[in-house]
Ligand binder design. Structure first.
Ligand code: AMP
Length: 484
């Protein structure tokens, strides 16, 4: 999962400041690398490994001029985490364009071998965005797109949809305008906004609405599944529906990935998590178990912890203090590093555990590393009973669309009953949300009609083209990257 933002400012403005605040607002979507490309007379870039504030210094801001800009924060799923894989990517020739994406191309290896192999094009990186960029630019070139028009962008987007499989929302700029498109099934989020100032109108496209909030843009709307946007020299936003597939946004965005203050597809992430907490509270009450306190694992479970506790008539307490400077444990290079860093990251407050029956609530349980450690810590702190609660259902299937989850064999819930999971994690009892309750909870926070991609919970991949060999290609890439 990654985050992106693209800006088209008025006249002689510089987009860099809005791009930077936007990237800081979506730093949670990837802490591995960051990059910005702007256009003024030519493409200017600064990319690097690390956090946004580590990669960009004042001198870069002086250099990255221009009203058109695209930025990215990376959380690597495919690729070895090299600096050659840092986005955005750009081509000066034959049609100048810079691009960033969020998602995962599922036929990356096939395209590399066939489409690019036959044309004798050697990709310069292991980043799957490169195939999107080449297919797009190749289509523009064949149309002789100079200057680029909305029809050219629509045709190039169609070409991408035909050749490139998977889930990928894309933003990009040319020398004259800004474009964006959402993958045919709308699995990845993408939102469009605008800000009117005395200098003129600014346009922004980003992964989360919070990017728009921090720089004073009003949200216009989410792009629909398979929809494309082009804003050219005349600065009039033009939309085209290029794909015709059903919309299946990723439900895990609401569970874990997005910030609570974001709206995705007109659904408040915060409201969704509140409702997920309420429903899990009811499910726990029905088990007949009794607890003294709800302790959410910071940060993502904090919202749901409050409502779960409310439903149960219990206090919701900060049993763990998070050191936010350790970095996301999940994004650590391998399992051992992840385990060690969990302890460094979550420090307990003894008074909240001692002599109590505690419910520890997390958003999800993947490999069980976090849960196993925190159950252990809770017992060391003198908890009497430790109930583990997950406000999402058991994760059982790998995500092929860009969420770095796990290989199949590493899901702790795989081939285990809830009782066995509890035993494996050292807990007295484990309670999960059901798939139906999860879907219903997220729907109640939005328009009530959304159908989601929930492949990681039930193994049904909405693109309908996922083969065992694609899954094993992705698993092998991750293993090669030292992730498992
Ligand atoms: P695990 O320790 O492997 O069971 O992972 C579960 C923890 O990782 C939970 O605390 C989640 O908040 C977090 N998490 C779940 N999915 C992801 C993901 N795809 N990327 C990063 N963190 C995640």
């Amino acid at each position: 999962m990654c985050g992106f933002i693209s800006i088209f400012g008025p006249g002689e403005s510089d987009a860099i400041h809005d791009v930077l605040s936007g990237l800081l607002a979506i730093q949670h979507r990837g802490q591995d690398a960051a990059g910005i490309v702007t256009f003024k007379d030519r493409f200017q870039a600064k990319k690097g490994l690390g956090l946004v504030r580590e990669v960009f210094q004042d001198k870069h801001l002086q250099r990255l001029r221009g009203a058109l800009a695209v930025g990215h924060v990376r959380y690597p799923t495919v690729g070895l985490g090299e600096d050659t894989d840092v986005q955005p990517f750009w081509l000066d020739y034959p049609v100048g364009t810079a691009m960033a994406h969020n998602g995962n191309v599922t036929n990356f290896h096939e395209l590399k071998r066939d489409y690019f192999g036959q044309r004798n094009i050697h990709l310069g990186s292991n980043c799957d965005l490169e195939v999107v960029l080449y297919v797009f630019a190749d289509a523009l070139m064949r149309r002789g797109a100079d200057p680029v028009t909305v029809d050219d962008v629509a045709a190039a987007t169609k070409e991408v949809f035909t050749r490139v499989k998977g889930a990928y929302s894309v933003v990009g700029i040319t020398s004259e305008g800004m474009y964006a498109f959402r993958d045919p099934f709308g699995i990845k989020p993408i939102v469009f906004g605008r800000k009117v100032t005395p200098e003129g109108t600014w346009y922004a496209v980003a992964s989360e609405s919070v990017v728009l909030d921090v720089s004073g843009y009003e949200k216009v709307r989410d792009l629909a599944a398979g929809e494309m946007l082009w804003i050219g020299k005349d600065r009039v936003p033009q939309f085209r529906q290029v794909g015709e597939k059903p919309h299946r946004p990723c439900i895990f965005e609401y569970i874990y990935f997005a910030r609570p203050d974001t709206f995705l597809d007109d659904t408040s992430v915060y409201e969704a998590r509140m409702e997920l907490g309420r429903r899990l509270g009811k499910a726990f009450a029905e088990t007949g178990h009794k607890a003294d306190v709800v302790i959410p694992v910071p940060e993502s479970a904090k919202t749901a912890g409050q409502t779960m506790a409310e439903v149960l008539g219990l206090p919701c307490r900060e049993g763990f203090v998070k050191n936010r400077y350790v970095g996301r444990t999940f994004i650590m290079p391998n399992d051992k590093a992840r385990r060690d860093s969990i302890r460094a990251k979550l420090n307990p407050i003894r008074a909240e555990f001692e002599g109590k029956d505690v419910i520890i609530l997390d958003d999800s349980i993947v490999r069980g590393n976090t849960s196993r450690q925190i159950v252990k810590i809770a017992r060391q702190m003198g908890a009497r009973k430790v109930y583990l609660a997950s406000y999402s259902p058991p994760l059982l299937f790998p995500c092929v669309y860009g969420i770095d989850m796990s290989t199949k064999r590493e899901f702790v819930a795989r081939d285990r009953t809830n009782q066995e999971i509890a035993k494996e994690l050292g807990a007295d009892y484990v309670v999960y949300q059901t798939i139906d309750e999860m879907v219903d909870a997220v729907r109640t926070a939005g328009n009530g009609k959304l159908e989601f991609c929930k492949a990681c919970f039930e193994g049904v991949y909405p693109t309908g083209d996922i083969t065992e060999s694609m899954i094993s290609d992705i698993e092998q890439d991750r293993m090669a990257a030292g992730k498992y």
